[in-house]
Structures are given as C-alpha cells and as structure tokens.
Ligand binder design. Structure first.
Ligand SMILES: Nc1nc2c(ncn2[C@@H]2O[C@H](COP(=O)(O)OP(=O)(O)OP(=O)(O)O)[C@@H](O)[C@H]2O)c(=O)[nH]1
Ligand SMILES: [Zn+2]
Length: 322
C-alpha cells in the first residue's frame, strides 16, 4: 500500500494500538480509507476539517471503532491554490510519480506542461509526461521531442490509453508499493488510463460506489479524487480535470524546471538581475548566442511573475515561524 519506514518511524508509544490506514476518498463530511483488510468508512471526531486531509494520506485509526486519531507526516504533497481560496487545496499526498497527461492534439501546450512540471517538482514527486491518443496522429514522436526540451531528464511516454499495452508502458512507475497520480485537462484520457491501469477487478467501486451525500442545499456532493489499486501492483490517484492551473508557492519547483536559466543567473553582473535589459546579463548572452530559446525565457518570466503574484507573503510572528 506504500507503507514504509518513513511512516513506521512516526508510530510510537500509545500509537502502537492504532491501525494505519490510507485515505481513499475525501468528502466534505466523510472519508474512506483502505486498511490491509479492505475499504473502511472512517469515523470522524467532531470538528474534523476534511480539507486538512488528502487522498493518499496515512492516518492512524482506533482498532474496531474506526475513529480517526491522527495523520502521519507526508512524504510528498501536491497542492494548489484555487481562485479566491485562502488555503491551498490538497490534491494528493504521498505520491511517488505524477503522470501529467496530455494528448497529441490541440490540448498539447508546452506552457501548460511547464506549469504541471513546476507543481510536481515543488511537491517532490517525479513527473512523467504521458502523451495519449498517439494512435490518432502520425508524428507522435514530434510531440515527444518537444517534451524532451522542457526539463532535464524528463520521462515521456506516448501511448493509446485504451490499449492493453498502455499498462505495460507505465509499469516502470507502477511497481508494488508505488503511488502514481493522474493530472491533466478534461478529456485527455485520464479515466481511460485509470481503467486500463486498474484492470477489470477494480476495488474502487466498493469504496465510492453509491456513496453520495446531500449537503445543506440538498445537492449531491462527491469528490472525484480517489485512490485505486493498480492491477499487478501499485496505487493510482485520479484527479478531476482542471481547466487552468495557477502556479503559486513554487519558487523551487520553477528553478528546477528552468535549470538552464537558474544556473546561468549567478554569472550575471547584478545579483538581482531580471535578465531583461541589464548589462552583463549571462541569460541574455545565452539567448544571443542561440543556446537559450527566447520563448523559453519568456515563459520562465511569466511563470515567475505569476508565482510571485499568487504566493501570499507571510507577515508577523506566524509568518516568521514558518
Ligand atoms: N484514440 C484514442 N482515444 C482515447 C485515448 N485515451 C482516451 N481516449 C478517448 O478520449 C475520450 C476522453 O477520455 P477520458 O478518459 O474520459 O478523459 P478524462 O481525461 O478522464 O476526462 P475528464 O474525466 O473530463 O477529466 C474518450 O472517448 C476516450 O475513449 C487514446 O489514447 N486514443
Ligand atoms: Zn541576467
């Protein structure tokens, strides 16, 4: 299930009577988890804010009663700020590999892929770019070639998500105990991939099937994020299709994504060089020499600006403590 010494080391003393479980779904007022014995509906203490939990989290639960006691520290956390939201929304926890899904058609967009890469880098997850619908174009390799320029050492797989071969192509990241998450725009084939990975004996329907809940307004609310077992090993978390991904809180992730620019910056004459107009700018020199794509520099600038604008500056004693 992805349990490791990292989590085991956090269990001590009184905790030893508790049962570790992995969160499978998070709803507004309810959460389900997988224990080694199967799916479990968790009992939540009053005032539990389910927004503090992410699919993929490890929690300790009271034996027999299934009361939630506490969450274990995360190894990785994918999160993003949504427009108007105060706190970042938790997308998935303890993910080893993020499958960034796009298709070989109009959805393919290098600037959008760079946003997802910044998110994955920041979260500490390994990004892999999955190009679906390779069966619909003759030159899927030209898409893969563009992907290769986006980040050093980036892995990229082109496939037909509906074919049985897709699972074999993704197997290197889906071994026993590994957790992958699927992210990407609506319609690129995430659900198709999920079904291909989960195989015919999905246990997810036992957890989510028929579980719906009315909120105060009488509407049904479900979250489409959930954890599923991969046939033959590993776990996959699907996430709802997102129209736009705003980048925030991701300075390190952006530095890693644009490593070629990050590494040039110390050679600029001014320490706070914006690489725009300053004399002695090593980045501009690289553009002139033809070793740095000016489009790439433009996209770096846009992402940097957006990240600064959308990342709240923490002030006062609370901010200092962080
Ligand atoms: N030809 C082809 N069609 C595909 C492939 N992957 C998905 N499709 C089709 O594309 C359509 C959309 O696929 P979905 O899996 O529903 O897309 P999604 O990303 O889950 O979309 P949301 O649920 O809205 O986020 C379906 O009709 C799939 O059959 C592929 O690799 N090749
Ligand atoms: Zn510079």
């Amino acid at each position: 299930m992805g349990w490791s010494d990292f989590f085991a080391d956090q269990v001590e003393g009184d905790d030893l009577d508790l049962v570790p479980m992995r969160i499978a779904t998070v709803h507004r007022a309810r959460m389900s988890a997988f224990s080694v014995d199967g799916p479990v509906r968790m009992m939540l203490p009053p005032h539990t804010n389910t927004g503090d939990y992410a699919v993929g989290d490890w929690v300790l639960v009271e034996r027999g009663t299934n009361w939630l006691r506490r969450r274990l520290e995360r190894r990785t956390l994918l999160q993003r700020r949504v427009e108007g939201g105060t706190a970042p929304q938790l997308t998935a926890a303890n993910v080893d590999t993020l499958f960034i899904v796009t298709s070989c058609n109009a959805d393919f967009n290098v600037a959008r892929l760079e946003r997802y890469l910044a998110l994955a880098n920041q979260a500490g997850t390994r990004p892999v770019i999955i190009l679906t619908k390779a069966d619909t174009v003759e030159d899927s390799q030209s898409y893969a070639a563009q992907v290769a320029t986006l980040q050093r050492g980036i892995d990229c797989v082109t496939l037909d998500g509906r074919s049985g071969e897709a699972a074999a192509a993704l197997a290197p990241w889906c071994g026993s105990g590994q957790t992958v998450a699927l992210i990407g725009s609506s319609g690129v084939g995430k659900s198709t991939l999920l079904n291909t990975l989960a195989g015919p004996d999905q246990d997810a329907p036992q957890v989510t099937g028929g579980i719906r809940e009315s909120d105060a307004k009488g509407r049904h609310t479900t979250t489409s994020r959930s954890l599923h077992r991969i046939a033959g090993g590993g776990w996959v978390i699907d996430t709802p299709g997102m129209r736009t991904l705003h980048v925030s809180d991701s300075a390190e992730g952006i530095d890693q994504l644009f490593a070629e620019i990050t590494e040039l910056a110390p050679n600029c004459r001014f320490r706070d060089c914006t690489h725009e107009h300053e004399p002695g700018c090593a980045v501009q020199a690289a553009v002139k020499a033809g070793t740095l794509d000016p489009e790439r520099l433009n996209r770096w600038r846009k992402l940097q600006d957006e990240n600064r604008a959308k990342t709240p500056v923490l002030k006062g004693p609370r901010g200092n403590k962080r």
